[in-house]
Design a protein around this ligand. Structure first.
Ligand SMILES: [Zn+2]
Ligand SMILES: [Zn+2]
Length: 417
């Protein structure tokens, strides 16, 4: 589920309400659009409502890690997946709830700023351990566990921190939102409070100007877009290490003005790694496709075509599989005028993390390939963003060159992932 967050406009300070996945922060008061850098873990507060006599300085904030994304797992001879959307406590303590449950969705969160009063307890448990706990709660582990886990990938950009405010009242520890007791005896409170640190400037999100770094024009993008588009100089920009970097991009021209330009990451693999997957011919053989491998397939360098947008996990794998298998029918794109654009909501590094799962999904010869998955290295040599034209067929969007279909409902659902 999507979280709603209250944030101050970095330009004029006015309050703005954002959705969790939003990166473009448009201010209705001053009109300026800023891009929120997502690289570092974002920190949010559940809003405290302490009674009179308890000040903001008395509050201690307990850290929870929020995981949201899709888990892909190659196990036995199956590719399994699950959506993970949960919070887990980051302390080794049995005094506080293990999870925040539905509370973050039920209220408006606040972005943590350096000005926030109170003490913030640091994370005490390794992220991997908290994550392993979260995974155990998913359907992947409810199923019968058949076969060895050969590969696992977590694809989702949300890994944020949410703080639960508490305070001490007499001998009890009290939840500062509901003002109900969490623990009857407050032993250990002094250590907890002493270890809590004041908020810091570097915990605040950073913002970038959305003017094109090349020509100075206003760049375009929907609130959740991870790639911004300058229509003036026909460039695409992604955030990388706190700045905007230009992307190699192209588009296959649309047949009709009503076509939707849908973005894909075209990933060309590095050649030297073992050489198992150099050409499209290698891909056809390795995955056991029931086709004759032709001379032109042996010449064609292999590329993976990964949706540059979120989809439900089953559709994501299927779409990546079908486009990768149909790559001979997809033209090389080139920069140029774009009509209506579907936003990039899945970043390049996530696309790279998905390669093994896509390869596994595309494989018919699973008994042969799956045992080799752990040792297989799929490194990218070149990544570009290519927009493909999709026509509107009511309930579906259909790609013009390959006739591959994506359900409109899957696209819609993906915007909420
Ligand atoms: Zn503003
Ligand atoms: Zn420009």
């Amino acid at each position: 589920m999507d979280l709603v967050i209250e944030q101050k406009c970095p330009t004029c300070g006015a309050p703005i309400v954002l959705h969790e996945a939003d990166r473009l922060v448009g201010c209705p008061f001053c009109g300026v659009r800023n891009y929120m850098v997502g690289g570092t873990t974002l920190r949010f507060l559940l809003p405290a409502r302490p009674p009179a006599g308890i000040s903001a300085e008395d509050l201690v904030y307990i850290p929870y890690i929020r995981f949201k994304g899709c888990m892909y797992q190659c196990q036995g001879h199956e590719v399994r997946h699950a959506i993970i959307d949960t919070t887990r406590i980051a302390l080794a303590s049995d005094r506080f709830p293990l999870s925040l449950g539905l509370r973050p969705q039920a209220m408006r969160l606040r972005q943590l700023t350096a000005a926030a009063a109170g003490g913030f307890v640091g994370r005490q448990v390794k992220l991997e351990n908290i994550f392993a706990q979260a995974v155990k709660m998913t359907a992947l582990f409810m199923l019968d566990r058949v076969g060895e886990v050969r590969h696992r990938a977590f694809i989702g950009d949300t890994l944020s921190r949410i703080y639960l405010p508490v305070y001490r009242k007499g001998e009890a520890i009290v939840d500062a939102i509901t003002n109900s007791e969490i623990a009857r005896d407050s032993s250990g409170w002094d250590d907890l409070a002493a270890g809590a640190a004041p908020s810091r400037k570097e915990w605040e999100p950073r913002f970038l100007s959305t003017l094109c770094p090349r020509c100075g024009a206003q760049m375009e993008g929907e609130p959740d877009a991870l790639v911004l588009h300058c229509r003036n100089c026909e460039t695409m920009w992604e955030e990388e290490e706190g700045g905007f970097s230009p992307l190699n991009w192209g588009r296959v021209p649309a047949d009709s003005e009503t076509d939707l330009a849908v973005p894909f990451w075209k990933v060309v693999l590095r050649q030297e790694n073992g050489g198992m997957l150099r050409t499209f011919g290698d891909f056809l053989r390795l995955t056991g496709q029931p086709v004759v491998v032709r001379a032109e397939d042996e010449q064609r360098r292999l590329s993976f075509w990964i949706p540059a947008f979120k989809l439900p996990p089953a559709s994501f794998l299927q779409v990546a599989h079908y486009f990768t298998l149909s790559q001979k029918r997809i033209a090389d794109g080139e920069p140029g005028e774009l009509g209506t654009v579907y936003p990039v909501t899945l970043c390049r590094s996530e696309a790279l993390q998905s390669l093994k799962s896509v390869l596994a999904e595309a494989t018919l010869a699973r008994r042969d390939l799956f045992p080799r998955l752990p040792a297989l290295e799929l490194q990218a040599e070149a990544v570009s963003l290519v927009y493909l034209p999709f026509r509107d067929a009511g309930h579906d969007r259909i790609e013009r060159q390959t006739a591959i279909t994506i359900a409109a409902a899957a696209l819609k659902f993906g915007r909420k992932l």
